[in-house]
Design a protein around this ligand. Structure first.
Ligand code: ZN
Length: 219
């Protein structure tokens, strides 16, 4: 009995040490299988993708995908794959879909919008490196992540950005980037505007030379 207790204590401490060694709290498996059972390997600790997505109730959702009787997106999968890179379709845990990708009011809506009440966290859609983290009049507080293979994601209108979302930082799937908000130079509801972008960032146009794509098209 004493031996078992000692072994358990040793395991608990080794787990603590590993957890403390990762500054963003997203270290490797700590041995606590209960907590990490549903998290994909390599994901930030405590993060698990949601296996369903609902349209925001009582809203006119542009380009809304087909739903079941309860407003859940039919055939929803948590991940979409671009150039072999797996990305979350919804990087706003607990968020609902408020606007989809495509033509909206005669213009191309280059991303997907998610809302939650109260405003919820926004996480990295996949592992990568923060390429840009800043403020623009059109995107408000935003983060742009390079996932490799010519795949990028942008998260706009954040109320705040976390330290983990600083330029040059490596992020994991599920690393929290900030809280959704309504920052921009014009009035908008609190939401996340999420873009998946493909192409070559190394041109004078940088991210604006990239092609926006619909994450629902590849899930
Ligand atoms: Zn949007």
């Amino acid at each position: 009995m004493v031996n078992i207790t000692r072994t358990l204590l040793a395991l608990a401490f080794s787990g603590l040490l590993v957890a403390c060694a990762s500054p963003d709290g997203s270290g490797p498996s700590t041995g606590d299988k209960r907590e990490l059972a549903s998290a994909p390997s390599g994901a930030a600790v405590g993060f698990a993708p949601e296996d369903s997505l609902s349209l925001c109730p009582r809203m006119q959702v542009s380009n809304a995908p087909a739903t079941d009787g309860q407003g859940k997106v039919r055939g929803y999968r948590p991940f979409a794959t671009f150039n072999g890179v797996k990305l979350l379709v919804n990087p706003a845990p607990r968020g609902c879909l408020s606007s989809s990708f495509g033509s909206r009011n005669g213009r191309l809506h280059k991303g997907v919008d998610y809302q939650s009440d109260p405003a919820g966290p926004v996480v990295a859609a996949g592992p990568g490196t923060v390429l840009e983290s800043g403020y623009r009049d059109d995107y408000g507080n935003y983060v742009l992540i390079d996932h490799g293979a010519g795949v990028y994601t942008r998260y706009a209108h954040l109320a705040s950005r976390t330290g983990a979302a600083g330029q040059g930082k490596a992020v994991k799937l599920g690393t929290q980037l900030g809280i959704m908000g309504n920052t921009a130079s014009y009035r908008i509801p609190v939401h996340l505007h999420y873009e998946v972008l493909l192409g070559d960032y190394g041109t004078p146009s940088k991210s604006f030379g990239l092609e926006p794509v619909d994450p629902f098209s590849k899930m």
